[in-house]
Design a protein around this ligand. Structure first.
Ligand SMILES: C[S@@+](CC[C@H](N)C(=O)[O-])C[C@H]1O[C@@H](n2cnc3c(N)ncnc32)[C@H](O)[C@@H]1O
Length: 255
C-alpha cells in the first residue's frame, strides 16, 4: 500500500537528514562556545518531538508554542526523559515572539511544522530570524507541495491534486487544514529574499519512505535499514527534494 499522504505531518526526530543537520549545527555551536550549552529556540515546538532530543544532547531549549495543551505534553515528555531542567516551555505566538524571547538570543532557531499553519509565513520567518544570534542558524521544516499532488493523484483525488498544484498556496480548498504547502524555490525565497538569511542546506525529509509499500517497510531490520539508506541518498537529490513530503532548510544569519 502506498502511504505517502500519511506523511504530510512534521514528525519526530529519528535518524535522517534533518536530524544529522541539526546535530552538525549543535556541534558547530559547541565548538565555538564550549563554555555554555547551545541555546536552541523551538517555535511551534509542540510536545517536544525535536526539543526533547535536543535537550538530551545537552542543549538548553526554549519552546514557544501557542497551545497550552502542547506545552503540557512537552512538560511531561521532558520530565520523563529527565531533561526538564534544560527545557523551558513558554506560551506565546510567533506573531509576538519578541515579547517572550530576546532578540538574537538563540544559536539555533527551529520553526518545524510552523510555516504551513501560520497566517503570515514571511512574518514568521522574520520573527525567527530576529530571535537568532548573528552567525546562528534558522531551521525550517515545512510540508511540500508536490508530494501532496502526487499522493492525491495516486489515491484518485484528482480535483484536490489539481487544486494543490495550481492554487497559489498549494491548498486543496477551504477545508484544507494547512495554510500553504511550499516548493523549494518558494522556501528559499522566504528565507533569502524575505529575511536575508543564507540557505546552507535545502533537502528533503520523507522523500521516498512514504512511498515504500508497508509489506516491505515492515519487513524487519534489514528492510528498515535499506529504506533509511535510500532515504538518505534521496534527501539531497534535487528533483526528489521537490517531491518530498517535507522540505527542510538550514539558513544562516550573517555574522
Ligand atoms: C505541526 S505542529 C509541529 C510541532 C513540532 N514543531 C514538530 O515538528 O513536531 C505545529 C505546532 O505549532 C503550534 N503553533 C501553531 N500556530 C502557532 C503560532 N502562531 N505561534 C506559535 N505556535 C504555533 C501548534 O500549537 C503546534 O504545536
Amino acid at each position: 500500500m502506498v502511504s505517502g499522504a500519511a506523511a504530510e505531518t512534521v514528525g519526530a526526530v529519528g535518524g535522517g537528514s534533518v536530524h544529522r543537520t541539526l546535530v552538525a549545527e549543535v556541534t558547530r555551536v559547541r565548538a565555538a562556545r564550549p563554555d555554555r550549552p547551545p541555546r536552541v529556540l523551538d517555535v511551534g515546538g509542540g510536545s517536544g518531538a525535536w526539543a526533547v532530543p535536543l535537550a538530551r544532547s545537552g542543549c538548553a531549549v526554549t519552546v514557544v508554542d501557542n497551545s497550552p495543551n502542547a506545552l503540557a505534553a512537552l512538560h511531561r515528555r521532558a520530565r520523563e526523559a529527565g531533561v526538564h531542567e534544560l527545557v523551558t516551555p513558554v506560551q506565546g505566538d510567533v506573531d509576538a515572539l519578541a515579547d517572550v524571547v530576546p532578540p538574537g538570543g538563540a544559536d539555533l532557531v527551529l520553526g518545524h511544522g510552523l510555516l504551513e499553519v501560520v497566517d503570515d509565513a514571511a512574518a514568521a520567518v522574520s520573527a525567527l530570524t530576529t530571535a537568532t544570534a548573528a552567525g546562528g542558524a534558522v531551521s525550517v521544516l515545512v510540508v511540500g507541495r508536490y508530494a501532496a499532488v502526487l499522493a492525491r493523484t495516486l489515491s484518485g483525488r484528482l480535483a484536490e491534486a489539481r487544486a494543490v498544484l495550481t492554487d497559489p498556496d498549494g491548498r486543496f480548498g477551504a477545508d484544507d487544514a494547512l495554510r500553504r504547502r511550499l516548493d523549494a524555490a518558494t522556501l528559499r525565497g522566504l528565507l533569502e529574499d524575505g529575511a536575508a538569511l543564507r540557505v546552507e542546506v535545502l533537502q528533503g525529509d520523507g522523500v521516498l519512505e512514504g512511498w515504500v509499500p508497508s509489506a516491505v517497510r515492515d519487513g524487519g531490520p534489514a528492510a528498515a535499514r535499506a529504506v533509511a539508506e535510500l532515504e538518505d541518498l534521496a534527501a539531497a537529490a534535487a528533483p526528489l527534494v521537490e517531491m518530498s513530503a517535507r522540505l527542510h532548510a538550514l539558513a544562516r544569519r550573517p555574522g
